[in-house]
Design a protein around this ligand. Structure first.
Ligand SMILES: Cc1ncc(COP(=O)(O)O)c(C=O)c1O
Length: 358
């Protein structure tokens, strides 16, 4: 039998491997594999989800009008500059579909979030990897890879799985030097966790430069990964073509209503962010005491290096603790560990102490 074929570019994509993978013999009890908020969403969000029954037969607002108003109010932005998506990965894909195609190049930081490469190849564009030095990105490395064919630069801000970020002054320099035909995408999925004084989520650069946009997520600090909600902040000139290709109902009424409730309870977000900070600090000191090397950290996960990461992954998994192997990111010696609840992190440390292959 002969089946219709997709494009060569699509067959060169390695499908995304998520934290939902559970190898045989693993017990999925404590999951520290997908950088989710272990405390989940606020009570008000849970109530919206529980009560959302009488509108299931109706189409949602395609443009998510009320949610965009709520995001605009919460972040002091103009709702005409917002587009919502089925998670921020939907936003990343829509940007590639709108602004790039065959023959174009898209810059991606080395070890950058896997969706960047998938979105690039899906539109037939060429991924150009910007190498890091000591796991850090530099302005020179980015700018030196820009050509006339470069259409997008996906900037993980801060990154996953490499938590590095460019500081305010580095970004000022980057954007001054970046040619205006390149769309710079701040992927600020983890920005709620960031309180460093040299970090900014990106809104101020979107307002200053016509070629800068910012993608945000409800999957991390907002604890709503399962509801699939993200948003883009961009000038209306950028928003216009995106709305033309956006699947008309790409976010559900349920996720829109939950998003509105979540934005209205910023105390819950602050509470979760401060618990993450406490649990992270304690875990760092415990893991350092075990002499396990780690990469610089920033948000809600830690990259830890092991002599035999595959064996440690299996040992933990069989004891009910699922972390994320990093082979797909060409970092096979590392495991990415999401910061969970205090008791989960304590258990992880106890199990690591008993690991025969540490
Ligand atoms: C850097 C980064 N960007 C974007 C996403 C996508 O998040 P979502 O599609 O759930 O909003 C993730 C998820 O892990 C991420 O780590």
């Amino acid at each position: 039998m002969s089946f219709p074929k997709s494009t060569q570019s699509i067959y060169s994509i390695s499908p995304y491997i998520g934290g939902d993978v559970t190898p045989t013999g693993f017990v999925r009890r404590v999951v520290l594999a997908s950088n989710e908020n272990p405390y989940g969403p606020s009570e008000s969000v849970k109530k919206v989800v529980r009560d959302y029954t009488n509108k299931i037969h109706c189409y949602p607002s395609g443009a998510a009008n009320n949610l965009r108003q709520a995001i605009a109010k919460a972040h002091d932005l103009d709702h005409n500059w917002l587009v919502t998506g089925n998670g921020s990965e939907d936003i990343l894909h829509m940007l590639a579909r709108t602004f790039a195609g065959p023959g174009d190049e898209i810059l991606i930081p080395q070890h950058g979030f896997g969706v960047y490469k998938i979105a690039t190849l899906a539109v037939g564009a060429t991924p150009v990897i910007v190498p890091r030095v000591d796991f850090k990105l530099t302005v020179d490395a980015v700018i030196s890879r820009v050509t006339e064919r470069t259409k997008i630069f996906y900037l993980d801000h801060p990154g996953n799985p490499i938590a590095h970020y460019l500081t305010n002054s580095e970004i000022d320099e980057l954007l001054e030097r970046m040619p205006s035909h390149v769309l710079v995408v701040f992927d600020s999925a983890y920005s709620e966790y960031m309180d460093a004084s040299d970090y900014h989520s990106g809104t101020k650069w979107v307002q200053k430069y016509p070629n800068v946009v910012m993608a945000r997520s409800f999957s991390k600090a907002y604890g709503m990964a399962n509801l699939r909600l993200g948003w883009l902040y961009a000038h209306p000139e950028i928003v216009d073509p995106i709305h033309r290709i956006r699947p008309p109902f790409n976010t559900t009424g349920l996720s829109q209503a939950a998003g509105i409730a979540a934005l209205d309870d910023q105390d819950w977000i602050s509470h979760c962010v401060s618990l993450n900070k406490e649990n992270l600090a304690k875990f760092i000191s415990n893991i350092e005491a075990l002499n396990i090397p780690i990469l610089p950290f920033a948000s809600n996960f830690v990259m830890a290096r092991f002599n035999d990461a595959a064996k440690v992954y299996r040992y933990l998994g069989e004891k009910g603790l699922v972390v994320r192997p990093m082979g797909a990111y060409e970092l096979p010696d590392y495991l990415r560990i999401t910061i969970g609840k205090a008791e989960e992190m304590d258990e992880l440390v106890t199990v690591l102490k008993s690991c025969p292959v540490l």
